[in-house]
Design a protein around this ligand. Structure first.
Ligand code: GLU
Length: 472
């Protein structure tokens, strides 16, 4: 029997429909929420370093404008296609709704393997893509705000903001046309590690829930848990880092060339340096090589973090997954078929659409910073420190005791940008985790956490549409 080709967008629709059954909204509203409002497919020529002209295929999809601007990353990958960008844009809408970030969902993609192009070629492609978005009014601080995604980072965001600003002279809020920028170009401290840190905060909260841990046969807390991370890009690297720093053991790491295993734990920075030096994650001192990167997904562990691409755990390999918890750091790593198998096997899958929302949450903070034109903490840091010093002095003179140096520093410290960003992110991820688990527990029919997350998203987006007065 021939198999239907995998459609990521269809998978998202299936998960949506599964959750919609637990809501009472008008079917028309649900149809509107699911639909991708605007799909912009473009082709443009780029002259390569060797003189040849290549036609580049690219997309920007705005899934929903129920809030403005739309928001979502831009990915550079050979695999980019319209179906994928539509799915990713939809997930952005739901993600933003769950974490109360007031944006509609969008996503962009350029169908290139960035490794095959020179820096100069990538710059030309990125700038031209931005110019195409400007021409069609598909970018702007109040319209649609891109960000990094798979295959892109600060450098590309820098090219985007520069191109946008030069095409829109005098636009005072131009810096807010894209997030994930370097600090010098209007970026916010803490954006780079945001998705990985959000993944950590979300899973830590789940691990602190006594009843949930009991069901999974695990002890409370992150400390001592074994973790496997697939993908050593920005998200995977930082997820591994925060789990290791919290006392978990990262026993395996996977990249597209293969995977490595060490029962005593791996240090992500050492592995990253080894890969940089040798061009491969394999043959890392003290670790065992696994031929296929997907082998790592099937090893025994407490927490499995797929942090690469979609569709890596599906109906075929899900029966062999032995993890007790899956934390979806990537977008769409597990298919609906895999979800059904997890439900049967009792594996807890913590879903992408909220677990990896740390990136867009801190992007929101960056956008607010750009619109306010002032760094977080600039106005109050010194004031807080002076006040804390006075209070501490009073306590010391009233008690006749002196506080030690370490505690003195801690008490006096006024919040800087990084402190505020991390605290805003921590609060967001904890609140979202609790909200989703609450929905899950209050409705015994909801089979898994993904469905509960979708119910939360649908409730919020549908209410927002209703309040806009679009559906009387
Ligand atoms: N690309 C990231 C995501 O999938 C971040 C998006 C953003 O910051 O707008 O959530």
């Amino acid at each position: 029997m021939s198999q239907q080709p995998y459609s990521f967008f269809h998978s998202v629709e299936r998960s949506f429909d599964k959750a919609a059954a637990f809501t009472n909204f008008d079917p028309g509203i649900l149809e509107q929420i699911k639909a991708c409002n605007s799909v912009y497919q473009m082709r443009f020529p780029v002259k390569l370093d060797n003189g040849n002209i290549e036609v580049i295929e690219a997309y920007r999809v705005q899934h929903s404008q129920h809030k403005s601007p739309c928001k979502g990353g831009i990915r550079f990958s050979d695999e980019v296609n319209q179906d994928e960008v539509m799915a990713l844009a939809s997930l952005m809408t739901y993600k933003c709704a769950i974490v109360n970030v007031p944006f509609g969902g969008a996503k962009g993609g350029i169908k290139i393997n960035p490794r095959k192009y020179s820096t100069y070629e990538l710059e030309k492609i990125t700038r031209r893509y931005t110019a195409e978005l400007v021409k069609k009014n598909f970018i702007g601080p109040g319209i649609d705000v891109p960000a990094p995604d798979y295959g892109t980072g600060e450098r590309e965001m820098s090219w985007i903001v520069d191109t946008y600003a030069s095409l829109k002279p005098g636009e005072i809020d131009a810096a807010g046309c894209v997030t994930g920028k370097p600090i010098t170009q209007g970026g916010v401290r803490g954006r780079k590690e945001a998705t990985g840190l959000g993944v950590f905060f979300g899973i830590r909260e789940v691990c602190n829930m006594a009843d949930v841990m009991e069901k999974q046969g695990l002890t409370i807390g992150v400390e001592g848990k074994t973790v496997i991370v697939q993908g050593l890009g920005n998200v995977g690297y930082h997820s591994a880092k925060f789990f290791r720093e919290a006392g978990a053991k990262v026993v395996a790491l996977a990249e597209y060339e293969g995977a490595i295993y060490n029962a005593h734990g791996l240090n992500e920075e050492e592995v990253f340096q080894h890969r940089k030096a040798t061009g491969s994650i394999l043959n890392f001192p003290g670790a065992t090589n696994l031929a296929k990167n997907t082998d790592a997904l099937e090893l025994e562990c407490d927490i499995l973090i797929p942090a690469a691409l979609e569709n890596v755990i599906n109906g075929e390999n899900a029966p062999r997954v032995k993890a007790k918890i899956i934390g979806e750091a990537a977008n769409g790593p597990c298919t609906p078929e895999a979800d059904e198998i997890f439900i049967q096997k009792g594996i807890l899958c913590v879903p992408d659409m909220y677990l990896n929302a740390g990136g867009v949450t801190v992007s929101y903070f960056e956008w607010l910073k750009n619109l306010s034109h002032v760094r977080y903490g600039r106005m109050e840091k010194r004031f807080t420190e002076n006040m804390n010093t006075t209070i501490l002095g009073q306590i010391e003179s009233l008690t006749g005791k002196t506080v030690n140096e370490t505690d003195r520093k801690l008490i006096q410290h006024g919040a800087e940008e990084i402190d505020l960003v991390h605290s805003g992110l921590e609060e967001t991820m904890i609140a979202a985790t609790r909200e989703i688990v609450h929905i899950w527990k209050s409705n015994p029919g909801i089979p898994d956490m993904r469905t509960a997350a979708y119910v939360s998203a649908i409730n919020k987006v549908a209410t927002s549409y209703a309040e806009l007065g679009i559906f009387p």
